[in-house]
Write a protein that binds this ligand. Sequence first.
Ligand code: PLP
Length: 376
Amino acid sequence: MIYADNAATTRLDMDVLDAMLPFLCEEYGNPSNAYSFARTGKKALKEAREKIASCIGALPEEIFFTSGGTESDNWAIKGAIFASQSEKKHLITSRIEHHAVLHSCYFLKEAVGVDVTYLQTDREGFVSANVLEEAIRDCTVLASVMLANNEIGTIEKIQKLAEKAHTHGVLFHTDAVQAVGHIPVNVAELGVDMLSASAHKFNGPKGIGFLYKRKGVALFSYMSGGAQESGQRAGTENVAYIVGMAAALEKKVGCLEESMAHNSALAKNLLRLLHEKGIDFLLNGHSEKRLPGNVNISIRSADGEILLHRLDLMKIYVSTGSACNAGSTDISHVIRAIGVPSGYAAGTIRITLGNDNTLEETAQIAEAIRWVTGAV
Ligand code: PLP
């Protein structure tokens, strides 16, 4: 098989599994306990927090473990709104966010009456700092714009956006689920107040992630219970998975340059071959400022769902949009938002190449696409 859907999830790294195993088997003590048997777990949590913090330029006490990207996004957005004292509350996000962000905003609008502005992007998926500034009101609490788009791979100019938000006293959150472990991410350079990440996107286990929350930022802790995570996110820590997440991130960050070069060479090769085979397609997102392994294309007069299933029969795994949209035959909200021309939009597929993929596989994918689209 050829697995080319690394934006949906990645294979667990075997070194990561080795790091996790002791905490699933022998070292099962609850890190909150005071006796010596719990100490190894407690120490492992501390070390994992330090490793993750150092990988993104944060302080250990600014890292909060969660169940993944979805929870981190929910907490950042709902937590900021519920912590705000202002009577009227306004929230800004973009039209191309992941549903973890969009549906959190929708919930706040429906359940609490928060006003939400959804910023339009340009054709390449960029949110403009001026457009963000124009949307800011006196009662704006938070702006949330993703670092890298999960469908089209565009890497936003987060530093500029965060700066604009801060000029007006607005908090800034970024969903960096697709970016962490794939491109350099430093919270101090980005200037964000909060950042979400998820381990299964960088060869760690599924169901674990973290939220970076800058020291001094007040978030409502909506997970009620024990005093874990400095009393801000209750629930017994998933030690093995947290250890795995830290090991995975440390490994990815340690070989980031090679990994980016590898993935971008694969993506370039695939695009070259698709062109050579005479396939009429548009590359979605920015041509350079994009996630290295992301190839999101819209093929003229094709149907993305049919392409996906035909490739599936050939054991080539790609997707049409985000994994959470799988099964939906609609054109994704991202493809709509960036305005892909109608003759192409329905023929959109996302191929996301990772460290395990090879040049030979990109040749096989290109040939398979030529075959299923009937290009000559
Ligand atoms: N945000 C983005 C940009 C994503 O791509 C995803 C997952 O696809 C999520 C959030 C949700 O993360 P998780 O699967 O860890 O809940």
